[in-house]
Design a protein around this ligand. Sequence first.
Ligand code: SAH
Length: 239
Amino acid sequence: MRGLLVIVALLPLTLSSCVPPNVEETSAAEAFAEARQKMVEEQIEGRGISDLEVLSALARVPRHRFVPQEYLSQAYEDHPLSIGYGQTISQPYIVAMMTRSLELEAGEKVLEVGTGSGYQAAILAEMTDQVYTVEIVEPLQKQAASTLEELGYRVHIRLGDGYYGWPEQAPFDAIIVTCAPDHVPQPLTQQLKDGGRLVIPVGPPGCYQTLWLIERSGEQFRSTNLGGVIFVPMLGEHQ
Ligand code: SAH
């Protein structure tokens, strides 16, 4: 009789430990992880990006957490997605290519102009612990701040016009701009350290822009054309 009681008492415990707490959640997480791995292999490595830090950052950041609910199933596809307010989260390859061009080292200080969803900021945070990002649209800034916090990324995020950079935190080793002004904002080149790198799309709104890598050496700036891109225009009074 005593033996039977023990078996009865153990039964619920044994049963509950055979079934995962939430089967659906687990398999969705696995499906996203698989899609992410495929994205890195086909869209990034497959197009010639072999920088290990960049590849592993893209393999780690859960991009699906940065896209609106209605586009979840497209989170790892080879194109940009709308994030509302007329803005977009960039195509994964563009994120990888721009990140690689920054040649970021651990511990370096980086500024992003155009936080958007926060995805690019999370990629940067995988590479250095000094990430600063500025967004001009308040609801996007708030949403990105809460996504980044939920995922445990320690990023400094501010509402403001990134045309003027972040003077209180300057100078930066690297600056990445993810919206397109029609000229290179002087405050940004001035906030680069000696040896600093700026990656920025420049061109008229709604047309192809040119992606530039601008490297500072003392008071000299060397520009390299990285190719044609399409970004949302830089907003703000200065335009
Ligand atoms: N890097 C983002 C993609 C950004 S889309 C991501 O990973 O999701 C470009 C963003 O730049 C938009 O969110 C837009 O609101 C913002 N933006 C436009 N003009 C700006 C300005 N002057 N200062 C700061 N952010 C700006």
